[in-house]
Ligand binder design. Structure first.
Ligand code: MN
Length: 294
């Protein structure tokens, strides 16, 4: 029997691009059927999510939820424009309310700036605005029992946090207990020296992991060093969420899929994709469990 405590999640865009009641039921039921514990629900448009319906379906299928979003330029808390910072704080606050109402205890993503290709590096004042915003949002989220995760993404999707090292410095400056680092192997594969050392750099600050392939498709069919990642997770005793993330132009949420440049069909059978990924993650975790105590 496996000896790991991690909850294993599936990203919502493995299943459906929207969140109508039929989308939600299909996504949650499929998450269960594919052997996962958790579904990560997209909150790009928090007002479009029916939290009561979502919570009811999660209970019906015995699936937990986490939530994620990325800000846009109009809601960029790392902007020098106070109006954009304020709009970003309002958007995040709205997202936390919806996540709390459907029972999530984790909200992650690019919460510290816009999810976009910037034309210039982050400015010191923009970084200060980002840190102050995230600190205030941590305090607000703590009232709802929510942990915030800062997802570290590649240079084409943020100009602020591209590496584990930058994230550790940033999180220490924010200095709040309900703030964690969220690593994603797709991004790490572009920016980190290697996956093992990036995990060790985060150490106890690591609170969420996205497992995704270098081309966002089937796990094991690209260039990501999953062995390095999972040995790192074993080395730090990571027992948090691990969520499978994959995108294809077969399942589209325009607000996110287009931002992430999902132009190709890397798969068309969500259930086949998700069951393969679930077995892949299980094999990796069972493998490294054997080295945890030696
Ligand atoms: Mn991710």
């Amino acid at each position: 029997m496996s000896g790991y405590a991690n909850k294993i999640g599936a990203h919502g865009l493995v299943w459906a691009g929207g969140w109508s009641e039929s989308d939600a039921r299909f996504s949650i039921a499929s998450t269960k059927e594919a052997g996962y514990d958790v579904i990560e629900i997209l909150l790009m448009n928090p007002a479009s999510i029916d939290a009561a319906m979502t919570g009811r379906l999660l209970d019906e299928y015995g699936i937990e939820a986490t939530a994620s979003l990325g800000l846009a330029l109009a809601t960029d808390v790392s902007s020098e424009d106070p109006a954009r910072v304020k709009a970003g704080q309002a958007k995040l606050s709205e997202a936390f309310g919806v996540a709390r109402d459907f029972g999530a205890t984790y909200v992650g993503g690019v919460l510290y700036g816009a999810l976009t290709k910037y034309a210039a590096p982050a400015s010191p004042r923009g970084r200060e605005n980002s840190i102050a915003s995230v600190r205030a949002l941590c305090d607000e989220a703590a009232d709802s029992g929510i942990t915030l995760g800062l997802e570290i993404v590649n240079r084409y999707e943020s100009n602020l946090l591209n590496t584990a090292r930058q994230a550790v410095d940033y999180v220490r400056e924010v200095d709040r207990p309900n703030l964690v680092i969220h690593l994603d192997t797709y991004h790490m594969n572009i920016e980190e020296p290697d996956n093992y050392s990036a995990v060790l750099t985060c150490g106890d600050l690591l609170g969420y992991v996205h497992v995704g392939e270098s081309h966002r498709g089937y796990l094991g069919s690209g260039s990501v060093d999953f062995g390095g990642l999972f040995r790192g997770l074993a080395a730090i005793g990571y027992d948090g969420w691990i969520t499978f993330e994959s995108f294809s132009s077969k399942v589209v949420m325009p607000e996110l899929s287009h931002t992430l440049a999902i132009w190709r069909d890397l798969w068309d059978d969500s259930m086949d994709l998700a069951t393969q990924a679930r077995a892949f993650i299980d094999a990796q975790l069972r493998g490294v469990d054997s080295i945890k105590h030696h």
